[in-house]
Design a protein around this ligand. Structure first.
Ligand code: ATP
Ligand code: MG
Length: 318
């Protein structure tokens, strides 16, 4: 299924190929990029950029439509990352999908970051154990990444948590611009370390803080859209999962339960493929509800946050 075409098959001068490869390390990322972005980042003219993008798509066999039957076969063949909760996996269609953005929204302490930690561990596990045998890139916008907590959760699978921590690349994003840049420049890291999960925790904090009020909305939306587009492109180009977290707002007109809705508005709302809202229940209990997905029904799952991580049942001493 994977097409092996690479830069050596591209008809262009060595100089241009070098410049392209520096910014877009694989033919897949080149094929998925808008020509204007290639012009800007590689300083080549637009017609050359268009020609090379088209060539790359042809080489990869992505220029022509495929049948829905083929698409179904491709999708079914794609593994997913387990959340360590069977119930949650089930409403997600088997776990967190690759090639897509999955968003978890919720109030504080609903488990967004804990879920992200669990996925960073689980992505490293074997395919048989619900992993992708890859590594994780964690983009931390709130300074909440906790290696100690990830180590604690890792003990369920290994006596050497350090080995797990070594396969999680943590980038602290200091502002919205920095957050966007980390993602834009992540191609090389993804390729050389087989990154199979990108976490953005949280998508909302910098954007909401730096672009307050209605006047700033158009600029915020524009930047968010471009950011989301790069994330989606990486997800598809490298068959990796993107997990984002989002804050919530109160809105009495919300169509969701409890008069709340995810932050960042409509424009962002269309970007994640699957959207899940988390809420707290008694003690360690959390409830996840899928509310926006092109293929998954609106369903709820109950899970628990335990010392060992995300689980179906409560901790034994609970
Ligand atoms: N070591 C631990 N053992 C058991 N439960 C823990 C542990 N650490 C955190 N938790 C649970 O996880 C909860 C915090 O969840 P999490 O950090 O995922 O919240 P969040 O949804 O990311 O919130 P925020 O919006 O503030 O970032 C705590 O309230 C606690 O219930
Ligand atoms: Mg958090």
């Amino acid at each position: 299924m994977t097409n092996k075409a690479d830069y050596s098959s591209l008809k262009a001068s060595e100089d241009i190929k070098e410049r392209l490869q520096e910014e877009f390390p694989t033919l897949i990322s080149l094929a998925a990029s808008p020509p204007d972005e290639i012009v800007r980042r590689c300083e080549i003219n637009r017609s050359t950029a268009e020609r090379l993008v088209n060539q790359a798509r042809k080489l990869l066999g992505k220029a022509e439509p495929i049948t829905a039957a083929e698409l179904l076969e491709q999708r079914l063949a794609k593994p997913r990352i387990t959340t360590s909760s069977q119930q949650l996996d089930e409403i997600l269609g088997g776990g967190v999908a690759v090639g897509a953005i999955t968003e978890f929204s919720g109030a504080f302490s609903t488990g967004k970051t804990q879920l992200a930690f669990q996925l960073c561990i689980n992505v490293q596990r074997s395919f048989d154990e619900g992993g992708l045998e890859g590594t994780a890139l964690f983009i931390d916008t709130e300074n909440t990444f906790s290696p100690a907590r990830v180590a604690e959760m890792s003990y369920s699978f290994t006596s050497e948590p350090k080995e797990i921590l070594k396969k999680i690349f943590v980038s602290r994003a200091y502002n919205a611009d920095h957050q966007v840049q980390i993602v834009q420049k992540s191609d090389k890291l993804i390729r050389s370390n087989d990154v199979k999960l990108i976490v953005v925790d949280s998508m909302a904090s910098h954007f909401r803080a730096e672009f307050p009020g209605k006047d700033n909305l158009p600029r915020r939306q524009q930047m968010l859209m471009a950011h989301a587009e790069v994330l989606q492109r990486l997800a598809e180009a490298y068959d990796l999962a993107v997990m984002t977290t989002n804050q919530i707002l109160s809105n009495p007109d919300s169509l969701l339960s409890n008069n709340i809705e995810p932050a960042l508005g409509f424009a962002w709302g269309h970007r994640p493929t699957h959207r899940i809202l988390l809420r707290k229940s008694r003690g360690t209990t959390r409830i996840a509800r899928i509310f926006d997905s092109p293929e998954l029904a609106e369903r709820e799952a109950v899970f628990h946050i335990t010392a060992q991580g995300i689980r179906d049942g409560p901790p034994l001493d609970y």
